[in-house]
Design a protein around this ligand. Structure first.
Ligand code: DC
Length: 221
């Protein structure tokens, strides 16, 4: 087998909504001193821009056009963190044309020489399939619903736990069942089930997984 030229140290963190992947990924990025991209924000931005423009999420050309407009500075908008933005993101993310237009942004981020941490649904499978460290972070739907409910009510949203659980199940089905880059653990990803873990325990477990991957990556240089 030919040797592939070695790329930067990319950490790919995938998993379903509210699994803890964002917390794990941002804590890894801080510890490793690496830039971090929450790729869900890109899809959320497309959904929110469409909503604000009064566009239909099924209007593929309009969605693709919004995806082309996404730049790093739109990602700080607190409006991207709402329940409606998550739902909008999951809908626009089913369009291959949207995914294609967001691919370059993500791959450019992942190609920085210093390395990077990205979290999403298809980082280890599509965006950075050669990432030296891959994690698939998961947790039971009930635990994830409770976490998301706390986050949303903490932001001032009025929503019941039952409705958040229903959202989570619907999103799992849509994100995992779509044809374009469905949410899936890469064959070489390490599974991390955070159902019974605190934030600190999950971050510690992730750090150990990434340290082992880094040692293997260094050794093969
Ligand atoms: O991680 P999140 O909840 O912010 O993601 C919102 C939606 O965006 C998610 O339901 C599916 C979509 N998404 C995606 O399809 N691919 C990614 N890499 C990240 C998010």
């Amino acid at each position: 087998m030919g040797r592939r030229e070695k790329g930067p140290f990319v950490v790919a963190v995938d998993g379903p909504a509210a699994s803890g992947k964002g917390t794990v990924a941002s804590s890894l990025a801080r510890d490793l001193g690496l830039p971090y991209l929450d790729t869900g924000l890109l899809y959320r931005a497309v959904g929110v821009l469409m909503q604000r423009a009064g566009q239909d999420f099924n209007d593929v050309p309009a969605a693709a056009c919004q995806a082309l407009m996404i730049t790093a500075d739109v990602l700080d908008d607190p409006g991207l963190r709402t329940r409606a933005a998550g739902e909008a993101a999951s809908r626009v993310a089913t369009h291959p044309q949207v995914r294609e237009r967001l691919l370059e942004f993500q791959q450019t981020f992942a190609s920085q020489d210093q390395g990077s941490v990205l979290d999403g649904r298809d980082i280890g499978t599509v965006i950075a399939p050669h990432a030296p460290a891959k994690l698939y972070v998961t947790a039971s739907p009930e635990v994830r619903a409770e976490r998301r409910w706390r986050q949303l009510t903490g932001q001032g949203e009025q929503v019941s736990l039952e409705d958040v659980l229903a959202d989570i199940r619907k999103r799992d089905e849509r994100d995992g069942g779509r044809e374009a880059a469905p949410m899936r653990a890469a064959a070489d990803a390490v599974l991390l089930d955070t159902s019974e873990m605190t934030i600190d325990q999950a971050a510690d477990a992730a750090r150990r997984i990434v340290e082992a991957a880094r040692a293997r990556w260094e050794a093969s240089r």
